[in-house]
Design a protein around this ligand. Structure first.
Ligand code: ATP
Length: 515
């Protein structure tokens, strides 16, 4: 079995070779942790956004969307706490001069213990075969127990240090657990310092006394400051939600792992406003709905898990992450947070404007509580590609690289391929494409052998290839080839519409969420 890191490297180069993701400013040697999406990447990304947007605004009649500006009044970031507290603890290795997030180094150490445990379990499962009782093994095996104890000890110490904001203790943990720099291999660490992640720029000319403003580090604040506008203009009644998709910017200390951690990225956030006291009920409900949204894609239920937060922000009373098993381990893709009335109250205080809701049923006004679901488009994109990337050995000894992207999200839905470039086949193929192009993203390809053309479509994840041959001209039937099974069947041209729609329609996917 290939190493997961190799798979990840292959995936990154595949993304470039097939027009999914390019490093930004590549001809100038790139710009750290900034990426551009290519012709196939943008289609996949748009489809992910549509899936999210429709799941929010079509399936919930009490969720509406907005699109707020990236630039916002600087006091917003004071009110939200970002100016004073949007920091990461950073630490440098004096030998390699590399910079790390102290919390991430410690989390990676915890993941190592977990890896060891999983390896013991895997080994034992192979040894005992059918008779293996995993739960009992986990509860009794001394090596598993030893690693579990170490992990729990570290976990408690780490959570305490984070909660206390104790930077010295974070450093001490790194020293005590003998965590080394992956580059230099040494333990020659600096102190841990706080680093603010917001980018700033200036608005207006300096002669006028320019104003320092920030590039938003999250889209959520654009929703909070528009709470009253939307509530009043839409006559919204609590509970209701506001959804938004847009760019966010963070000057990440350690920007590695491709589009997983970028300095410019995109978020899909939804703020759900509820009655005080009902927030935990809604938190539980959104947790479930969001997990269903992920699982409906069919990448495998085992690839997802919840990870409850150790450190709750001071204003939150519950928080969890949905993690996906990336080639580099389980990682956060989405956060679900119960944020109390912190944001709206804080904006009330800083703006001096009343931000309340009059509840006709309770006959009183209050500042609503908020449940937030916040997911990164780019991390979602990466999870889909990681879950879809396959290298398969075929019967004829060749290998094919295929992206088994959920068909509804695939960049191209259908390739139309004339068997040869003559005898009226290209014209017939064009005719078929012209009829289908209003509904599905189609691609026409007549170059190279049919086998090569199939491979090209596999590599970008096209679920269907339709081949037009000489018989098509008389029987009006084509050969349709299915990406995942490579099976081919002969079908009437008139049926194509339905066959394809069945598999690629967003409607069917949306229905899955509600099941
Ligand atoms: P992390 O702990 O990994 O830095 P976070 O907890 O700071 O993430 P949130 O502030 O909860 O992230 O942001 C919500 C979502 O936005 C995340 O779940 C993630 O999908 C996405 N996101 C956050 N930072 C980045 C980034 N630098 N690049 C890409 N996506 C990001």
């Amino acid at each position: 079995m290939p190493q997961q890191e190799d798979v990840f490297k292959k995936l990154v180069s595949h993304c470039k070779e097939y027009g999914f993701v390019f490093p930004s400013s590549e001809i100038y040697d790139g710009l750290g942790a900034v990426y551009d999406y290519g012709q196939n990447g943008v289609e996949l990304k748009n489809n992910i956004k549509k899936y999210w947007w429709d799941s929010m605004t079509l399936l919930n009649e009490n969720v509406v969307g907005i699109d707020s500006a990236i630039f916002m009044h600087p006091t917003i970031w004071k009110a939200s706490g970002h100016v004073d507290a949007f920091n990461d603890p950073l630490i440098d290795n004096k030998d390699s001069k590399k910079r790390y997030r102290a919390d991430v180094l410690i989390e990676e150490q915890m993941a190592k213990y977990e890896d060891k445990i999983n390896k013991e379990v895997e080994k034992a499962a192979k040894r005992f075969g059918e008779a293996f009782d995993e739960q009992k093994f986990r509860e009794t095996n001394p090596r598993v127990l030893e690693n579990k104890e170490k992990m729990e000890e570290l976990h408690i110490r780490f959570a305490q240090a984070l909660n206390d904001g104790n930077l010295e203790e974070l450093r001490q943990i790194i020293l005590d657990y003998e965590i080394v720099c992956p580059v230099s291999g040494t333990r020659n660490w600096t102190e841990v310092r706080q680093f603010n992640l917001m980018f700033s720029t200036e608005m207006g000319s300096t002669a006028d006394g320019a104003m320092k403003i920030y590039l938003r580090p999250e889209t959520a604040q654009g929703i909070f400051v528009n709470f009253l506008n939307v509530q009043k203009s839409g006559r919204m009644k609590i509970p209701f939600g506001i959804a938004q998709i847009g760019k966010a910017f963070r000057n990440e200390i350690v920007a590695r792992q491709f589009v997983f951690r970028m300095r410019e990225f995109e978020q899909m956030e939804m703020q759900f406003f509820v009655r005080p006291g009902e927030e935990l009920k809604w938190f539980a409900q959104w947790k479930e709905t969001r997990m269903n949204w992920h699982k409906a894609l069919g990448l495998g239920d085992k690839k997802y898990r919840f990870h409850d937060h150790d450190k709750l922000a001071h204003y939150a009373n519950a928080a969890t992450d949905i993690e996906y098993e990336m080639p580099f381990g389980f990682k956060e893709v989405e956060g679900i947070h119960s944020r109390t009335d912190f944001d709206l109250s804080s904006h009330e205080k800083y703006s001096g404007k009343k931000i309340q809701y009059f509840d006709p049923e309770q006959n009183q006004s209050y500042v609503p509580y908020v449940i937030e679901t916040s997911i990164g488009v780019d991390r979602m994109f990466l999870s889909i590609l990681a879950g879809s990337f396959c290298e398969e050995r075929l019967d004829d000894g060749e290998t094919r690289v295929v992206l088994k992207i959920p068909p509804m999200l695939a960049p191209v839905k259908l390739a139309v391929l004339p068997l040869v470039k003559k005898d009226g086949l290209p014209e017939k193929a064009r005719e078929i494409m012209d009829a289908l192009k209003f509904e599905f993203h189609c691609q026409y390809d007549e170059k190279d052998s049919i086998g090569k053309r199939y491979r090209r479509q596999d590599a970008v994840g096209t679920p269907y290839c339709v081949t037009v041959d000489h018989d098509t001209l008389t029987d009006n039937c084509v050969t349709i080839r299915h990406r995942d099974t490579m099976q081919q069947e002969r079908v009437p041209v008139a049926d194509l519409d339905k066959i394809i729609a069945d598999k690629v329609s967003m409607k069917n996917l949306l229905k899955q969420i509600l099941k």
